[in-house]
Structures are given as structure tokens and as C-alpha cells.
Design a protein around this ligand. Structure first.
Ligand SMILES: Nc1ncnc2c1ncn2[C@@H]1O[C@H](COP(=O)(O)OP(=O)(O)O)[C@@H](O)[C@H]1O
Ligand SMILES: [Mg+2]
Length: 231
């Protein structure tokens, strides 16, 4: 089963205004990623990896250039349409899991569906079953009612991955998802991402500092000072 689609960036540039000065952060980036690929995005801190993920993920808009999801140029979408596009197609996993501390693992995984308003009575059961299934798949069926503080770092990141998958995304964007984990746990989390990518054909972009992990991806894109320098 293949759910992912092709992603293209065309002459993608992003600058921030710092006072009156323009700070270029991404400089005319061109990328063409086939559907279902697992890409590692590497490069020194400050190279622009997170900024690129935010643009691809439609959390932020480019200064120039385009991001094309499948056949759709997302720069043409309104804020409102972007939000629903994002919710339907894109899952995010961050370095710091951003789980809500007051909610259980199961509730955290369900959160995106609540935000999307999928709380109609007939859907509640379906989505809750799916959330349970996902937590089972990431090896946490015994931790459904644990709060984040009652979970290890690796377990928290697994919950974050289940949460990223609950809306059935086509694309998964992971920003240093193992940056906060020990070596062994990093490989476990990576293997989980790889399994998701393989089984469901989700197109996956993972920013990482970990070279051993990057080498296991299908393709490595190296960023240097806002440009693509390899891959
Ligand atoms: N909101 C912002 N305003 C101004 N500068 C920013 C902002 N976000 C990121 N930057 C700058 O853009 C550059 C790239 O940042 P980032 O994409 O976070 O790099 P990376 O993820 O590779 O470490 C850095 O120099 C950073 O300081
Ligand atoms: Mg970053």
C-alpha cells in the first residue's frame, strides 16, 4: 500500500527580517523527492533544516519559490485551506515530543483528531481504536493511560510518532526525532520510522545530526548555509 506522494521544492527561498536587515536562511533550494522515499536531511546546526521542514510542512510560507505536494502547489492555498490540508496529509515529529503533560498517552495520540473536530459520536470509537492500534504498533499497548512524565524519553517519542500517524498522513516530517535519545533508543525509533515508511509508503523526511542513521535512509540531502550541497 502506498500512501505517500512526490514532493518538490522549486527555487525555494526564505528570509527573515531582523529589524531592517534581511537574513537569508534558505537560498533557492530545488528538491524533487519521489513518492514513498525516506530522506535524511543533514547539515550543521543553523544550516536551515528546520526551516526547510516547516516550509515543506506548510507551517511557514516561503519568501520565494514553491512547494508542490503531489500535483498541488500549496503556496496557492489560503490559511484556512492550508490548515486542513496539513491536518489531512502531514504528520510531524519533533525533537522534543511536545506531548501535553496533563493528558495520557492515548489522549495525546487522539489530540490531532480532536483538533480536527473528529469528535462526532460515530467517529469517536473508530479513531480511538486506531489510536490504540497505533500505540500497540509502537510497542506501548501497556502504557495507554500513562502521562508523558511517566514514560521514558524513547516511549515519549513513540507516542509522538503514533500521534503523527493518527490522521493517516501521506507525508511524515521528523525534525531531529532522535536528537534527545541515547544511541540504542535512537536506532529503535529510527527502525519504527522505517517500518512506517515501508509498510505504508509514507514519504518521510527526517532532519538528523546522526550520521549512522542518515546512512540508513534511501537518500541523504546535505544542507550547508541555506543551500543543498549534496544528495
Ligand atoms: N524565526 C526566525 N527568525 C530569524 N531567524 C531565524 C528564525 N528561525 C530560524 N532562523 C535562523 O535561520 C537559520 C537556520 O535555522 P534552522 O532552520 O533552525 O537551522 P537548523 O534546523 O539546520 O539548525 C539560523 O541561522 C537561525 O538562526
Ligand atoms: Mg533544527
Amino acid at each position: 500500500m502506498s500512501r505517500g506522494y512526490r514532493i518538490r521544492c522549486e527555487n525555494l527561498s526564505k528570509s527573515y527580517m531582523m529589524g531592517k536587515k534581511e537574513l537569508p536562511v534558505l537560498k533557492e533550494i530545488n528538491i524533487d523527492l519521489p513518492a514513498g522515499v525516506f530522506v535524511a536531511l543533514t547539515g550543521a546546526s543553523g544550516a536551515g533544516k528546520s526551516t526547510l521542514l516547516h516550509l515543506v510542512g506548510t507551517i511557514d510560507r516561503p519568501t520565494m519559490g514553491r512547494v508542490i505536494h503531489g500535483d498541488r502547489d500549496v503556496s496557492e492555498l489560503s490559511e484556512y485551506d492550508l490548515a486542513s490540508f496539513r491536518n489531512r496529509h502531514i504528520g510531524f515529529v519533533f525533537q522534543f515530543h511536545h506531548l501535553l503533560p496533563e493528558f495520557t498517552a492515548l489522549e495525546n495520540v487522539l489530540m490531532p483528531s480532536w483538533i480536527a473536530g473528529k469528535s462526532l459520536m460515530e467517529e469517536v470509537g473508530v479513531i480511538e481504536n486506531r489510536a490504540r492500534e497505533l500505540l500497540d504498533r509502537v510497542g506501548l499497548s501497556g502504557r495507554l493511560s500513562h502521562k508523558p512524565s511517566e514514560l521514558s524519553g524513547g516511549e515519549q517519542q513513540r507516542v509522538a510518532i503514533a500521534r503523527a500517524l493518527v490522521m493517516n498522513p501521506s507525508i511524515l516530517l521528523a525534525d531531529e526525532p532522535t536528537g534527545n535519545l541515547d544511541t540504542h533508543t535512537s536506532f529503535e525509533v529510527f527502525d519504527l520510522l522505517r517500518t512506517v515508511n515501508h509498510e505504508q509508503g509514507i514519504t518521510l523526511i527526517m532532519a538528523t545530526h546522526n550520521e549512522a542513521l542518515a546512512e540508513r535512509a534511501d537518500r541523504i540531502i546535505i544542507m550547508e548555509d541555506g543551500r543543498i550541497s549534496g544528495g
